[in-house]
Design a protein around this ligand. Structure first.
Ligand code: PLP
Length: 393
């Protein structure tokens, strides 16, 4: 779909800058191929295949049956804000007062509120390129200027404090990072992340840290920036950790100075996050659910290893081992210099769906593709087999 505002249209000019997602085109083409009877291995999907753990489902179902389906406080249920505060204490030994926790409609709601609370017209916000595309569009929605900074293998496809210092100017309001990142799965080391936050602080700006994939990390323990520094807006969500993408529930740890503004905006824009989801989420931090999360984390790690090894054998470049999330951002230009065209060929000729780099920014998108490991190990093994066979044909 192409958005075309013009003089004869009532569409706002800001819509013109919002690019459609190629991943949707890939998914639709993959579904059409399946309807036509072909077998497709889905390595394009950006959400976990694991469902929501039963204790969460049961808690939400009971809440609905008991009629707890009305608006809650705009900042979220007090019990849930306390449970999230307990999460930081138990898991990281960090004290985050429940007062600072704002429950939102997914990390998306948290990002929207954090940016709307801080970004004025023409303010620049630094983001890594490649990066999560919605961030750029949310900055545009606030009439800010998303300012992509090209990142590559030298910094594990992540911003560094040095890059932030270099690119910050008088028009810059803040810097937004996600660690691990979508689409690369790479992370910012804790000391570097603290240095990025310090750069923003020193300049009187704002740092936004998206920790949505923070529990899905491999070969290391989960961590939070809040252990080192409590000035950033910290974004998180139930979506990926707990297999709750459709529940639309996330949270933000908000600096005290921004709380009244964020609360007023949350009241007006959303009234409240979804009540049944919040009652369900109260069961998410139980030992039983954490055991499930741990099993899934191990399954993701095994999938990553098979996918990365297979992609390398098939001729893709994976110079940096992804450390978290469920994505591999692979260099694909030795197979085809145009990743859009390659995505189409892989679907048509190999029966494998993956996303071209153009969804994630302007820095060498034609030379990269994102592969997700959100499908079973059997499917990943089959996908890899197809890619290697396709390459040899
Ligand atoms: C880096 C990143 N942040 C935020 C989101 C939005 O997540 P949610 O479902 O919690 O709104 C996503 C979704 O893919 C993501 O990859």
């Amino acid at each position: 779909m192409v958005i075309e505002p013009g003089p004869s249209s009532n569409l706002a000019r800001r819509t013109a800058a919002i690019r459609p997602f190629r991943v949707v085109d890939v998914m639709e083409a993959a579904w059409a191929a399946e309807r036509a009877g072909r077998s497709i291995v889905h390595l394009e999907v950006g959400e976990p295949d694991f469902g929501t753990p039963m204790p969460v489902v049961e808690a939400a179902t009971k809440a609905i049956a008991d009629g707890r389906v009305r608006y809650t406080s705009s900042l979220g249920l007090v019990e849930l804000r306390e449970a999230i505060s307990g999460y930081y204490a138990d898991r990281f030994g960090v004290e985050v007062p429940a007062r600072r926790i704002v429950v939102t409609t997914g990390a998306s709601g948290a990002l929207t509120l954090a940016l709307a609370a801080t970004v004025d017209r023409d303010d620049r916000v630094l983001v890594g390129d490649p990066g999560y595309p919605c961030n750029r569009n949310l900055i545009l929605l606030c009439e800010g200027i998303p300012t992509p900074v090209a990142v590559g293998t030298a910094s594990d496809y992540q911003l560094t404090a040095g890059l932030v210092a270099e690119r910050w100017d008088a028009t810059t309001r803040g810097v937004l990072v996600a660690t691990p990142s979508n689409p690369t799965g790479t992370m910012i080391p804790p000391d570097e992340l603290a240095a990025i936050a310090a750069e923003a602080d020193q300049r009187g700006g704002v740092c936004f840290v998206d920790e949505i994939y923070g529990e899905l990390v491999y070969d290391r323990s989960p961590a939070t920036i809040l252990a080192d520094c409590d000035t950033p807006f910290v974004i998180n969500s139930f979506s990926k950790t707990f297999g709750m993408t459709g529940w639309r529930l996330g949270w933000m740890v908000c600096p005290d100075w921004a709380l009244p503004a964020v609360e007023a905006m949350a009241q007006n824009a959303f009234i409240a996050p979804p009540a049944p989801s919040q009652y369900g989420a109260l069961a998410a931090f139980s030992p039983e659910v954490w055991a499930t999360v741990e099993q899934r984390r191990q399954a993701f790690a095994a999938r990553r290893d098979v996918l990365v090894a297979g992609l390398r054998t098939a001729g893709f470049g994976v110079p940096v081992m992804p450390q978290g999330a469920f994505y591999v951002y692979a260099r694909s230009d030795s197979l085809d210099g145009d990743s859009m065209c390659l995505a189409r060929r892989l679907l048509d000729e190999a029966g494998v769906a993956a996303v071209p780099g153009c969804d994630f920014g302007d820095h060498e998108p034609e030379a990269h593709m994102r592969f997700s490991y959100t499908t079973s190990l059997d499917q990943i093994t089959e996908g890899v087999r197809r890619l290697i066979a396709w390459r040899q044909d």
